[in-house]
Design a protein around this ligand. Structure first.
Ligand code: ADP
Length: 178
């Protein structure tokens, strides 16, 4: 069985996490690997239904997703997790849970700056936050604690998706997981 791993893509909304995760997944599937993308929005409708965006609820969501990711990764699946995960301590907890089982864990910080994320405004959330129609928007009026030692840092400003995905694939190869 190939070695699994969790690849957690953290960063602001609109940074490119989901787009990169899907591109990486497509490439790995074509190469015959077992891959899952644990999409945050989808999991919030199922696994984390009923949770909101308070610090406590965000942490619970991240811990649940981390638990599922570790299970999959332990069984040989490359598990891509495009979930904001704004708090450093909670991300570290998820990494520690992987370490405890010797399951590979890579943190990719999709470091696209707020101004670029707001310019893209994929879901229209930044416009709503700026208009005061939405509170607790990460990066606007809710914290995002930047990772200080990510395995990879990617600012996608002016970068195409293929290049961004290539960097994640190269990281997997470098760590013997590709
Ligand atoms: P997130 O999952 O971080 O909220 P999305 O992947 O949903 O972000 O949205 C990112 C947007 O940025 C998409 O519309 C995507 O096409 C665009 N984009 C532009 N350049 C890149 C890049 N190099 N990598 C990823 N996304 C990019």
């Amino acid at each position: 069985m190939s070695r699994g791993a969790t690849v957690w893509l953290t960063g602001l909304s609109g940074a490119g996490k989901t787009t990169i995760a899907e591109a990486v997944a497509e490439h790995l599937r074509a190469a015959g690997r077992e891959v899952e993308v644990l999409d945050g929005d989808e999991l919030r409708r199922g696994l984390s239904a009923g949770l909101g965006f308070s610090r406590q609820d965000r942490d619970t969501h991240v811990r649940r997703v981390g638990f599922v990711a570790e299970l999959l990764a332990r069984h040989g699946v490359i598990t891509l997790v495009p979930v904001i995960a704004p708090y450093a301590a909670t991300r570290d907890e998820v990494r520690a849970q992987h370490d405890a089982r010797a399951t590979s864990y890579l943190e990719v910080y999709v470091a696209t700056p707020l101004a670029e994320c707001a310019r893209r405004d994929v879901k229209g959330l930044y416009a709503r936050a700026i208009a005061g129609e939405l509170t607790g928007m990460t990066g606007v009026d809710d914290p995002y604690e930047e990772p200080d030692k990510p395995d990879l840092r990617l600012d996608t400003t002016g970068m195409d998706v293929t290049t961004a995905a290539r960097q994640v694939l190269d990281l997997l190869i470098e760590r013997g997981l590709g």
